[in-house]
Write a protein that binds this ligand. Structure first.
Ligand code: ADP
Ligand code: MG
Length: 216
């Protein structure tokens, strides 16, 4: 399988005015192949979330480079395609919910991608079915349980049809049943051909991946 993501000697520092830069990544080389299921582990502050944002071009390396599907994230014109290909599910799903009802929320991403209405409707319905939320589509998004909110955040990402999904400590705020459900979703998406990058601090989750990348 070809490399979906390739990083070469990536360095990244956060720059905040009037303070010293905070080094988050130094000299990262790695490749993630299409269709792989990778776990990404490391202590708090080791740079996992920063790395995830480098993968989907939310952040651009300070030096070195990141290629996604052969596209260089330093090229501004490539970023919309990269962001559509690499979907992110965050730790606090409520930050990812933007609309009042479940269905409207899932429609937000495809709506932004200027898809025709029938196409948006099809994408929304299929994302809701994939996450078991189809019968919830007219419900208020703020009334969902933590596990359901996490599934809604995933549905919103799936509606944009990414080829790769990054789960950034998605299970951290969930109970064991909720965590199990997220892992099952990740495995199912992997079986259907998606590349999965699963960021976790739980070894029992990391060992379910095909490969573990540890950040130090
Ligand atoms: P992890 O996800 O592994 O906990 P992060 O990528 O969030 O690690 O953070 C890596 C380093 O970058 C840490 O030292 C963190 O404090 C710093 N950092 C993360 N986000 C920011 C930010 N927005 N501004 C400044 N420093 C940040
Ligand atoms: Mg993090």
């Amino acid at each position: 399988m070809p490399a979906l993501i390739k990083l070469q000697d990536v360095h990244f520092s956060y720059r905040i005015p009037d303070t010293d830069p905070v080094a988050a990544l130094a000299g990262i080389d790695l490749e993630i192949r299409e269709g792989e299921f990778v776990a990404l582990i490391g202590a708090n502050g080791s740079g996992k979330s920063t790395l995830a944002k480098i993968f989907n071009a939310l952040l651009v390396p300070g030096s070195g480079y990141a290629l996604v599907d052969g596209l260089d994230t330093r090229e501004k014109s490539s970023r919309p395609r990269i962001r559509a290909a690499i979907g992110m599910v965050f730790q606090r799903p409520q930050d990812q919910i933007v609309a009042t009802t479940v269905g409207e929320d899932v429609a937000f991403g495809p709506g932004n991608m200027k898809q025709p209405p029938e196409q948006i409707c099809a994408l929304v319905n299929s994302a809701l079915k994939e996450t078991g939320l189809f019968s919830y589509r007219d419900r208020a998004s703020y009334l969902l349980s933590a596990g359901e909110t996490q599934r809604l955040a995933l549905a919103g990402v799936l509606a944009m049809r990414p080829s790769c999904l990054i789960f950034d400590e998605t299970t951290a705020m969930l109970d064991p049943a909720g965590r199990k459900m997220v892992m099952e979703q990740a495995r199912r998406l992997h079986s259907s051909g998606h590349t999965i990058i699963f960021i976790t601090h739980l070894m029992e989750e990391a060992v379910q991946a095909e490969r573990i990348i540890a950040l130090h």
